[in-house]
Write a new protein. Structure first.
Length: 641
């Protein structure tokens, strides 16, 4: 069995009084001590920076023209298209970032071009096509008279397809945030934050945020044309940013903060500016005022469409249509897809766990498993779960063939159908700062295609190479671990130590000051010591029609010696038998369940992250540092809602 993770607790600082006082001004009636500790730990110590971090009104966002001549070239080409009444096609992508980016361009460019007459959009089918431009799609658009393609969340490395578009006298503007080619692609303009310095406030923009910046530049250039205010797009931007798990610093944080403010306007089904989002929020039992309403609610549902149906075109309609009845139908179809996605994910995860029980994990440094029955659409999600649970990079592969005898595509990067089957295709997820992309790249001679980044990758390889690949990547993983010392033992980190008596509304209000949380600013985790559990039970969760969904959660109450009252909590994906008896220590996240069910149960609660019997191990303090890089995924994982 694998080694249990080590627990670490952040050191507590003696803070300047003026800093604590400044923090408390943003949470009326509270001491500010908890939030001040967290901010100081995370390097937010300057009072001017503090103001911009906590309140977007005090942050000065970067100009869209920080992309310099590339942005000017893009704006000039769009102005030319408008003046000459050219037809413009938006080429999007099928994940939440790509879909919201498509929606932003559909509405934003729709202020300058007539929708459906001059302006259209295309999103590839996840199960039949791949990410990025395709020659077949370019041919179709050319036949329909389109002369300009604007990509979003894709396109940077589609060099062959861009050259192919030129054969049809079509220009291409790329808006993207993925890996760059060695040389600038032959496009009219390319807006990609990877060209900017890593410390630039725009450096971490996701696809939807880059698309928004293009629209913003057009609004600035032609201010008298748009009829819709620019800020109306910000709820879409927030959904894509948070669902894509980008680093929420600089302008990313600012846009997410502003976007969540806009998203809250969709709480009312009657007066919502976006009926589709309002209905989705109702179905996923979220109110829209928290980033977790996106990461655990809206984001997984938008992603589920392509994972289950392949074709995600209607998602743009769901997000932008004003037809309430149509939005209701599409939202319910989206909810059904998410229910199916959860069931598929759970089935595959159970099969993976059963397979792992037969392996010697003491000699397994990288988990590699393949199966012809696994749905490729959920392999990335399951790989993420397994990597976290087993503290090892995980690669899951499918050898399935679809009904048209075309090899299904990976969910992270473009793989065209191969004339040389059989190929295994799948997804990889990392853990503990292990550079999985480099591990995969080192085995490129065994692969058909691969792509990704240090924490997530997609790949395809001949089935006959799987055993060689497994052996080689495990050897490389062991060598990397020995050289760097990374991955010797997983670490679960707590930011603050509290008691049960401290849990509740006041602590929640202070922790909420740090939202939106994400990479670079993780959700605060709390260590609670010497507790015991009562009223522990587990159950299947239910969908919006009250039907059971095959996913388990355990509910409980915790107590300690600090007070007489218990405090409620939930442990997603676990059974009650996994809760230890007797006194325990736990690492948790504090949350507010804002949805009122038939029991009118709005409440503050904890989400259990890790638990063990008291005294099992000492808690190692983390040395005092000026910054923190945190690679933990949000918890619970996206699969849970």
């Amino acid at each position: 069995m694998f080694e249990q993770p080590q627990w670490q607790v952040q050191s507590r600082f003696d803070l300047p009084e003026e800093f604590v006082l400044a923090v408390s001004q943003y949470a009326a009636g509270l001491s500010g001590q908890y939030a001040a500790q967290l901010l100081w730990q995370r390097g937010i110590r300057d009072l001017d920076r503090l103001a911009g971090f906590l309140d977007p009104r005090h942050y000065c966002p970067a100009s869209s023209f920080e992309f310099k001549e590339e942005m000017q070239w893009a704006v000039d080409r769009l102005q030319q298209a408008r003046q000459k009444a050219e037809k413009v096609a938006i080429w999007g992508d099928f994940d939440a970032d790509g879909i919201t980016a498509t929606a932003v361009l559909w509405e934003g460019l729709g202020q300058f071009f007539s929708q459906n007459q001059q302006l259209t959009y295309h999103i590839p089918d996840r199960l039949k096509e791949s990410h990025g431009l395709s020659k077949r799609g370019i041919e179709t658009l050319a036949a329909q008279g389109y002369s300009l393609i604007v990509t979003c969340d894709t396109g940077s490395t589609n060099l062959d397809e861009i050259e192919y578009a030129h054969q049809y006298a079509m220009d291409v503007i790329v808006t993207d945030h993925h890996t760059l080619p060695d040389d600038r692609p032959p496009v009219t303009a390319i807006l990609n934050p990877r060209y900017l310095p890593s410390e630039h406030p725009l450096a971490n923009l996701s696809g939807v945020a880059v698309a928004y910046k293009l629209v913003e530049a057009l609004y600035e250039t032609l201010p008298d044309v748009p009829q819709q205010p620019l800020e109306a797009l910000l709820d879409l931007v927030a959904i894509g940013l948070i669902a894509d798990l980008v680093q929420l610093t600089g302008d990313c944080r600012y846009l997410a903060q502003r976007g969540i403010q806009q998203l809250q306007k969709n709480q009312d089904l009657v007066h919502s500016p976006r009926p589709g989002i309002a209905k989705l929020l109702e179905l996923c039992r979220k109110s829209g005022d928290r980033p977790t309403d996106i990461s655990f609610g809206l984001g997984p549902r938008i992603n589920a469409i392509s994972r289950i149906y392949g074709d995600a075109q209607f998602c743009v309609e769901l997000l932008t249509s004003q037809d309430k009845e149509r939005c209701r139908q599409l939202a319910e179809e989206t909810e059904l897809a998410n229910v199916r996605r959860k069931s598929l994910q759970r089935d595959v995860a159970q099969q993976v766990v059963a397979r792992l029980a037969q392996l010697d994990l003491s000699t397994t440094h990288v988990i590699v498993l393949a199966d012809p029955q696994w749905s490729v659409g959920v392999l990335g999600l399951v790989a993420g779960q397994i990597a976290q649970d087993y503290d090892r990079p995980t690669i899951l592969l499918s050898t399935a063939i679809d009904s048209d005898n075309e090899w299904v595509t990976d969910d992270l990067f473009p793989i065209p159908p191969s004339p040389y089957p059989p190929l295994a295709r799948g997804s990889a997820r990392s853990v503990n700062q292990i550079d999985l992309y480099q591990l995969v790249k080192n085995q490129s001679h065994l692969l058909h295609r691969f792509g990704g980044h240090p924490f997530a990758a997609g790949l395809s390889l001949p089935v006959e190479n799987i055993s060689l690949f497994t052996e080689a990547i495990n050897r490389q993983g062991r060598e990397q671990q020995m050289e760097t010392g990374i991955g010797d033992r997983a670490v679960v980190q707590a930011d603050l130590t509290v008691t049960v008596a401290e849990l509740g509304k006041e602590l929640f209000r202070e922790l909420k000051l740090l939202e939106p949380c994400g990479i670079g600013n993780p959700v605060p985790r709390l260590l609670i010591q010497n507790i015991w559990f009562t009223r522990v039970w587990h159950k299947n969760i239910q969908d919006w029609k009250g039907r059971k969904v095959q996913y388990i959660k355990t509910e409980f109450e915790i107590r300690d010696d600090s007070c007489d009252r218990p405090f409620p909590g939930v442990w997603w994906g676990h059974y009650r038998d996994e809760i230890p008896s007797g006194r325990c220590d736990a690492i948790v996240e504090l949350d507010f369940n804002s949805y009122e069910d038939h029991r009118q149960r709005q409440r503050y609660e904890i989400r259990l992250i890790a638990v063990r019997p008291t005294g099992q191990d000492s808690h190692s303090p983390t040395p005092a540092i000026d910054w923190i890089l945190d690679y933990r995924p949000p918890s619970p994982p996206h699969s849970l809602t």
